[in-house]
Design a protein around this ligand. Sequence first.
Ligand code: PEP
Ligand code: MN
Length: 341
Amino acid sequence: MIIVMNPGVKEEEIQRVVKKLKDAGLGVHLSVGEFRTIIGAIGDEKLVREIGLEAIPSIERVLPITQPFKLVGREFKPEDSVFDLGSCKIGGDEIVIMAGPCAVESEEQLLEAAMGVKAAGAQILRGGAFKPRTSPYAFQGLEEEGLKLLAKVREKTGLPIVTEVMDQHTVGIVNEYTDIIQVGARNMQNFYMLRELGKLTKPILLKRGLSATMEEWLMAAEYVMSGGNRQVILCERGIRTFETYTRNTLDLSAVPVVKHLSHLPVIVDPSHGTGNWRWVPSMSRAAVAAGADGVMIEVHPHPEMALCDGAQSLTVEKFSILLDELRKVAAVFDKRLGTVS
Ligand code: PEP
Ligand code: MN
């Protein structure tokens, strides 16, 4: 249920309602806006109705939540969520750029990619250490060795890192090394793992599943958030359709729809969305124009030698040109690309 307080309500009145809800065994989420305070009550709706909130004069309205997701929804928290990583922010007026190779292959490869994307203007370094490959015979990633290389390159460049976790047993080790934990498309509905991630305090980058509806995706985010971790970044990375010229069909309509439904930041991955480096710049520009809070782009210093996803990886030079274009697109919408501090 959502409890809308009167405009200009006093703090003690808010606390009185919060206490009443907590005493009844309900979870409470407070959203203090410039003009209004909204209290989200989490738990049995019947209980909320039974505690006589209507009789409290400082309450304007008590409304049911109409969506199946609660913590994720804008009904619950009308203002955009912004996560502070220290050196950069995710959400708000700045567009965050995450870039790097599909997979960590070696120290030289990762460092070259990291220095290149940093010089071009990226704020976050991506790179997979645990790789979800369709074939068991394909390169599976350097695993913990890859995590160590990511941490080493973070030391050298100052770029925070994002890397994928593939199962609940490795959540602990990935969490030790990374700044943002990525949940890949194939694991979007790995509910046990999502629950584990809910216990952490680091941001979770939740990719949309290959054939997940927007509602299923938001419900997956709800799993993480209901566990206590409120920092979820949603990432549209293309869905399966009948089209075969592109690897996936990048569903850019998800950006405005999900931003309408949820306060969470939404970023776009045009590399997996299209599967071909040629289409990455145009879809990145479109993502920023559609209102995305950032993009995640695969960049490899030598794509022709990549052990994974070379065909969709930009060279550092092409990536740098793209960021110049994105700066212009962002400016049209009174936004700007993030910078590294
Ligand atoms: C990735 O980002 O490297 C990846 C495997 O992406 P996805 O889960 O979207 O396929
Ligand atoms: Mn990839």
